[in-house]
Every structure is written in structure tokens, then in C-alpha cells.
Design a protein around this ligand. Structure first.
Ligand code: HEC
Length: 238
């Protein structure tokens, strides 16, 4: 009996040692989870590096624009069982092989070197196809960076000049007046501010129905900060 408990203890110590020796590549950057956004230093927390392809910034927008639509690579029944609406479903398809763009079905279809050419409406520009390959060759990672350009203006935050443009640029395509959430007018925005859903959704807080603008992308740290300042001021229609 004594020997058995010793064995368990020993196994546990070995387990702990292995866990602590594990390390992750430095370039796997988690999404920022600073939900207070009180940082006024204007410093980019995860600056973009010029030679890196970022899934959230570079790749998901291409999938959204060219691969998603009625009867395409999205639910309810993704064509070829390839669901390109999120990073995790894209990778789990097996049609994107990390570090091997040339061998990846998704790249081959886009490049016209394997099966039907995709999208069926016509080949994308050479730079877009090259970007896709580069992303796969760099390991098809889910990297995120803060592409905020210039200093963050937190002094004169107003609905009309600061907040409304953020929603127009990042959200209006999906949140016009026809769905459950309207972000193209003040009344619609105010509704989700008041019920708390807006702040939870854009910060990817747990319990939220959907992380916005999607599970792998966040608004820039600057935009989140501006929205926080405006909400804290009582979300005025100014
Ligand atoms: C690609 C489409 C798309 C984009 C872009 C998008 N959303 Fe959404 N959003 C949805 C869908 C779909 C839902 C769930 C159905 C609904 O309520 O309309 C949703 C739900 C929400 C909700 C409700 C969440 C909840 O817990 O009920 C909020 C708030 C929201 N979005 C805010 C935003 C904001 C802010 C942006 C821009 C930063 C944004 N969305 C961008 C598609 C999108």
C-alpha cells in the first residue's frame, strides 16, 4: 500500500516537471484581455511585425470575402466539409497544412494546382494567393497584432466622430437594421450598451453569445479604450 502511494507521488512529480518544462513559441500571442483599458500610454501592446502574416488581420477577411456565402464554406453544411468561418474550423478541416502551403488543398485550389479553382468566380489576385501561401508556410498560426496606427485619441471621444465610425468600419456589414443587433444608429448601439452585451462581446468575456467582431479578432486596444471612455461617460449621443 505504502509503495503504491509512493508510486503515485512520484508520477505526479514527474508530471509537474514535464508541465513546467513545456514552452510555447514566443510568437503565439494571446488575444489581449485587458478589459479595463485604462492604459493611456498609447503604446501598442502587440505591435504588428512587417514580415508576419496575422490570421485575424490578413486571412480571415479573405475567407470572409471570397469563401463564405450561400452554399459555400460555412454552416449549415460547409462545402467539402471545409468551414472557413473561424480559425479552429479552418484548421480542423485538414485542408490547411501548417508549414506546407504548397501541399495544402486550400492553397492548391486557389492557385489552380489542384481540383476546382476557388473561388469559382475566378482566381484571386497573385498577391492574395501569395499571402495565403505565406501564412501556411509560416505555420498557419492564429496570430493577432495591434495594428493601431499613430497615437490613440482619447481626449475628444464623441459618438459621432469616434464611436459611430468604429462600428461602421468593423461591424455594420453584419449589424444593419435587419438583424437582432443594430449598430448603424444610436438607438441600436445604446440598446446593447445598456444591456451590457456590447462590452462583453467586444472583450470576448465569458457568457457572451458570440465574441465580436469574431472569435479570433478584437478591435484595436485604442478602439476598445475609446468605447470604454464613452460608455463610462454615460454613452451620450454627442
Ligand atoms: C461577420 C459578421 C459579424 C461581424 C463583422 C460582427 N458581428 Fe456581431 N454578431 C454577428 C452575429 C451573427 C451575431 C448573433 C446574432 C445576432 O444577434 O445578430 C452577433 C451578435 C452580436 C452581439 C450580441 C451578443 C450577445 O451576447 O447576444 C453584439 C453586442 C455584437 N454582435 C456586436 C458586434 C460589434 C460591436 C461588432 C464590430 C466590432 C460586430 N458585432 C461585428 C455577426 C457579426
Amino acid at each position: 500500500m505504502k509503495n503504491i502511494s509512493f508510486l503515485f507521488l512520484w508520477a505526479f512529480v514527474v508530471f509537474l516537471t514535464i508541465q513546467s518544462c513545456r514552452h510555447y513559441p514566443a510568437d503565439i500571442i494571446p488575444l489581449p484581455n485587458d478589459t479595463t483599458n485604462n492604459d493611456t500610454s498609447n503604446v501598442k501592446k502587440h505591435p504588428c511585425s512587417a514580415d508576419t502574416v496575422y490570421y485575424a488581420r490578413d486571412i480571415q477577411p479573405l475567407f470572409n470575402a471570397y469563401c463564405i456565402g450561400a452554399g459555400c464554406h460555412n454552416p449549415p453544411s460547409p462545402k467539402e466539409e471545409l468551414n472557413l468561418t473561424s480559425y479552429s474550423t479552418a484548421l480542423s478541416s485538414g485542408k490547411i497544412i501548417p508549414f506546407n502551403g504548397a501541399g495544402s488543398k486550400v492553397y492548391k485550389s486557389m492557385n489552380g494546382t489542384g481540383g476546382d479553382i476557388m473561388p469559382p468566380t475566378g482566381k484571386l489576385s497573385a498577391d492574395k494567393i501569395a499571402l495565403m501561401k505565406k501564412w501556411m508556410d509560416q505555420g498557419a498560426k492564429d496570430l493577432w497584432c495591434d495594428d493601431m496606427v499613430g497615437p490613440c485619441d482619447t481626449a475628444a471621444v464623441k459618438y459621432s466622430t469616434t464611436i459611430a465610425p468604429i462600428f461602421t468600419n468593423n461591424c455594420a456589414g453584419c449589424h444593419g437594421t435587419s438583424g437582432g443587433v443594430t449598430l448603424t444608429n444610436y438607438a441600436g448601439v445604446k440598446t446593447v450598451v445598456t444591456n451590457g452585451k456590447l462590452w462583453n462581446a467586444i472583450n470576448h468575456l465569458s457568457g457572451v453569445t458570440k465574441a465580436m467582431p469574431n472569435s479570433t479578432t478584437k478591435l484595436s486596444a485604442c478602439n476598445l479604450r475609446q468605447i470604454k471612455i464613452w460608455i463610462d461617460a454615460g454613452s451620450p449621443q454627442n
